[in-house]
Design a protein around this ligand. Structure first.
Ligand code: BV8
Length: 235
């Protein structure tokens, strides 16, 4: 296999599924319990802020009851041990903190984070845990104007230029636990291909973008990711 120096990894809800966090599109997933339009759009928030704040409070609170799984720990190990061989960037669509709790440090949360708050009054972002439903004051300006610091449909994902710069230099693009249903993340594999990277998918089932991957390995992330990390570190 050709020399691999720069790796970009994209993760989705599937990497946290074995930790007990609902995915979006699997049976019983989050989008079966709530309409996207009602809880993950600016319009939904404007229409019923209590519903949206409660939806994210419930998900934030659930975080305290779950643990990172072997897939999160394996990526933390890969990041620690990849070292001087080249660059490694973990981009996640997930808003949970399981990558960090699994030991990864430089994770790029392109859709924001449950444990971050955005103030609609002063536009500051700050770490946040607890509930927003009771309208706590912004730690910076004290206004009761916090919203979840997550990227809703129709909003621009974070740090896109940094992601594209990493993809342009990537030798290997690995997609883990994502359905390939949401853009712009779902398009990254094509950008990676256009830049000459090898593309690998680790997923429970074939995703919507499977045909863009040189290789797809199907199975639970908790099994596939540690095996893949062993393999890539042993090269
Ligand atoms: C934007 C954050 C532009 C908050 C989320 C028509 C065509 C193309 C695009 C569009 C279109 N109409 C609208 C759009 C744009 C839209 C979009 O893509 N819509 C889709 C539905 C068609 N995208 C946007 O709006 C994005 N913004 O485009 O802005 C712009 C331009 C200029 C100026 C301003 C704006 C913003 C998208 C972000 C939305 N926010 N979430 C929150 O978490 O609540 S999206 C949400 O779904 C998640 O964050 C996640 O990112 C995303 C995808 O979900 P997945 O992570 O893939 O999870 P899913 O359940 O779908 O799949 C799980 C997978 O895991 C499955 O494949 C399953 O098999 C697998 N799995 C399960 N268990 C395991 C497993 N794998 C391994 N092991 C297991 N154990």
């Amino acid at each position: 296999m050709e020399d691999i120096r720069n790796i970009v990894i994209l993760t989705g809800a599937g990497i946290s599924a074995e930790s007990g966090i609902d995915t979006f599109r699997d049976a019983g997933g989050l989008w079966e319990q709530h309409r996207v339009e009602d809880v993950a759009t600016p319009e939904g928030f404007a229409r019923d802020p209590d519903l949206v704040l409660g939806f994210y409070d419930m998900r934030r609170e659930a975080l305290a009851r779950v643990e990172p799984n072997p897939a999160h720990h394996a990526l933390g190990r890969l990041e620690r041990e990849w070292g001087e061989r080249g660059n490694l960037l973990i981009v996640t669509q997930n808003v949970d903190d399981l990558h960090e709790r699994g030991g990864a440090k430089g994770v790029l949360h392109m859709h924001g984070e449950l444990k971050s708050a955005l103030c609609l009054a002063c536009e500051m972002r700050c770490p946040f845990d607890g509930a927003m439903s009771d309208r706590p004051p912004c730690p910076v300006c004290q206004a009761p104007s916090l919203r979840p610091d997550v990227v809703w449909f129709g909003e621009m994902p974070y740090q896109m230029e940094r992601i594209y710069a990493a993809i342009r230099k990537a030798d290997l693009f690995v997609s883990i636990g994502t359905s390939g249903a949401v853009y712009p993340a779902a398009g990254f594999v094509r950008d990676a291909l256009d830049c000459g990277a090898r593309t690998l998918e680790l997923n429970l089932e074939r995703s919507e973008g499977s045909h863009w991957f040189h290789e797809s390995r199907l199975g639970p992330a908790g099994e596939l990711v540690p095996l893949w990390v062993e393999e890539v570190l042993a090269r």
